[in-house]
Design a binder for this molecule. Structure first.
Ligand SMILES: [Zn+2]
Length: 624
């Protein structure tokens, strides 16, 4: 008799068929097979006494379930091979319950889609981990309650909003961060300072510095000291001291999801959504097995097996002196996970590009992951910093040089990228050497306000303050953009007027819930549930008791905000009123409508407005 394997994504079917052979039938659930209906008390779809969700089969999954059921009679064992995280565990639990296969199922987990990982998983079948399932259920219910209640308040208390406003446990904290960054930028008072340099013969530039200045950076000079310093300017500077220091470059840590988002955003300019979709494809592979390990991870640990393979590769390619003796990395909350790494270190970016015909984005991201993994296993480069310290009277100057004396992990970067660091020729000077000063320069400088968040830095911050999970980061960013809470300016997020209105309503009404510490505490509770240290029902009861009290009070207190509509100079052909600019809440497109709506229903296109087809850009590209 054959066996059945159920995976989440249809993209994995081909590779699993190849690895497991004819005795296995592979089917995909395509994400969750159930939905949480909007029924029962408050429309939460949950029994508030037992905290059992009232899951219903998702109508769009009926065909898939029928197909799977057809196979059930023909097979011996059923392997639940959903993704190795809480979400995957919950999908598996629902499959077991709704397919009624408690007696014949096994849970298998693999971190990468390779022959060896899948064979190992089949050899070590397990049962579902109900602690993880409970944690997912608690998360789902929390998000339902907070999301439903707060979104409803936003929708009833804000009129003329350009989209349906929503609020949520994690998305509203993300909005808060963007709001507070903008506040910080607006209230920023810059510090003014001066930088003094001496232009010497042979185009050398010596920078003035202070021993005990007012600022942390010793080359920053306060306005008040300028006159005194100027009075001591001399025609000649003499080398009094030579300081040589060796400094190690930064140690590289293997990627977890949030650091990949940040790096992918800053170094190759990809948005969170693009990175999310691209790494998913790299993970699922191209029918040939996956190129990278499971990407929705909060772990930076590398498995021993992988480290051993990679060390051998580095040893053969670069030699022993390039092998790091200490590899950084920690396991995340979902222990079995690893960092995001290539499934085979031997598959260099160039080889991968040719073998799998990678597109530009796939190639760039794979290269980033491959190089970062290599670097994390290699010795750190060493830099030599040389400071020639010059002075005359009691003024101090320095001529600073720096060069790489051991290239370490720079070896993996293409030569042309590091040539600039290698080619520097440091002039040899001796103590007592004298230089004529051709000219002194005093430059006005000032400190800059903090920069706005981009996709990557916002995700990294959410992860750092322990709000949100790897599986939801990209969708949080998508929501901020889709709801028009933020505008993108030079790939950075600027809060919109609408975003401000929504945020202020939230923070005024629910300061306790719109709070990073509180959200992080809930996240911690969810981790404890996943470890079996906390009862999910107890946790939800405590939460609901405090949330319900506040929400009922606040619904009455919250005032209605009417967003003024922009008037046009066109008149309504039906009632002669001045038409106003309205926004289609579903797709974000603008049009002209009658201000007397719903009494008068006239609407017409807005002259000069090009439809943005936002819906298409925000099409559901992720199951979670
Ligand atoms: Zn009208």
């Amino acid at each position: 008799m054959k066996n059945l394997v159920i995976v989440e994504s249809p993209n994995k079917i081909k590779a699993l068929e190849k690895y497991l052979g004819n005795n296995y039938i592979i089917k995909a659930s395509v994400g969750h097979i159930v939905k949480l209906p909007s029924s029962g008390p408050h429309g939460f779809g949950v029994d508030l006494e037992t905290w059992i969700p009232n899951y219903k089969i998702d109508p769009s999954k009926k065909k898939i379930i029928k197909e799977i059921k057809k196979e059930l009679n023909e097979v011996n064992k059923v392997y639940i091979a959903t993704d190795p995280d809480r979400e995957g565990e919950a999908i598996g639990d629902n499959l077991v319950n709704f397919l009624d296969i408690k007696d014949k199922y096994y849970r298998i987990r693999f971190n990468e889609i390779t022959k060896i990982a899948i064979e190992n998983a089949i050899k070590n079948p397990q049962k579902l981990d109900l602690k993880l399932v409970n944690s997912q259920i608690a998360r789902r219910i929390l998000d339902r309650i907070i999301g439903y209640k707060l979104s409803k308040i936003m929708q009833t208390k804000i009129k003329n909003s350009p989209t349906y406003p929503s609020a949520g446990r994690v998305q509203s904290i993300a909005l808060k961060l963007v709001f507070e960054r903008e506040k910080l930028i607006k209230s920023f008072v810059s510090t003014k300072y001066k930088v003094i340099s001496a232009k010497l013969e042979n185009n050398l530039i010596a920078i003035f510095y202070l021993k005990n200045g007012k600022f942390k950076n010793n080359t920053w000079v306060d306005e008040s000291q300028i006159n005194e310093i100027k009075s001591k300017f001399s025609n000649e500077l003499i080398i009094k001291n030579i300081e040589i220091k060796k400094k190690k470059e930064k140690k590289i840590i293997p990627f977890k999801q949030s650091t990949l988002y940040k790096k992918g955003n800053s170094s190759i300019g990809m948005s969170a959504s693009v990175i999310q979709n691209t790494v998913q494809r790299l993970y699922e592979g191209y029918g040939e097995g996956g190129l990278i390990s499971y990407p929705r991870t909060d772990s930076t640990r590398l498995s021993n097996t992988f480290v051993n393979h990679a060390k051998e590769y580095i040893l053969n390619k670069y030699g022993k002196e390039y092998l790091s003796d200490k590899i950084l990395g920690i396991s995340g909350d979902q222990d079995a996970h690893e960092a995001i790494r290539p499934t085979s270190i031997k598959l260099t970016p160039k080889k991968a590009k040719i073998k799998f015909d990678l597109n530009d984005r796939e190639y760039k991201l794979y290269k980033l992951i491959w190089e970062n993994t290599m670097k994390s296993l290699m010795k750190v480069p060493i830099r030599e910093n040389i400071n020639y310290k010059l002075s005359e009277l009691d003024l101090l100057y320095k001529l600073s040089y720096s060069k790489i004396i051991f290239d370490g992990y720079y070896k993996v970067v293409e030569m042309k990228e590091i040539d600039s660091k290698k080619e520097i020729k440091i002039p040899k000077f001796n103590i007592g050497d004298k230089f004529k000063v051709k000219k002194y320069n005093i430059e006005d400088k000032e400190t800059q306000p903090p920069s706005r968040y981009n996709d990557g830095s916002l995700i990294k911050t959410l992860d750092d303050i322990k709000v949100g999970r790897p599986s939801t980061f990209a969708s949080i960013i998508r929501i901020l953009k889709k709801r028009f809470y933020v505008d993108m300016e030079n790939k950075a997020m600027k809060i919109t007027d609408f975003g401000n209105i929504v945020y202020k309503k939230l923070i005024e009404g629910f300061p306790k819930f719109m709070n990073e510490e509180y959200t992080a505490m809930l996240e911690k509770d969810l981790n404890e549930i996943a470890k079996g240290k906390k009862d999910y029902k107890e946790m939800l009861t405590i939460f609901w008791n405090s949330f319900e009290k506040q929400i009922e009070k606040q619904i009455e207190k919250t005032q209605v905000t009417i967003i003024p509509l922009e008037k046009s100079d066109k008149l309504c052909p039906k009632c002669n009123s001045n038409l106003v600019v309205r926004t289609n809440k579903r797709d974000g497109n603008k049009f002209l409508g009658c201000p007397k709506f719903p009494k008068c229903k006239h609407a017409e296109p807005k002259p000069g407005f090009e439809p943005k087809f936002i819906k298409k850009n925000f099409k559901k590209n992720n199951k979670k």
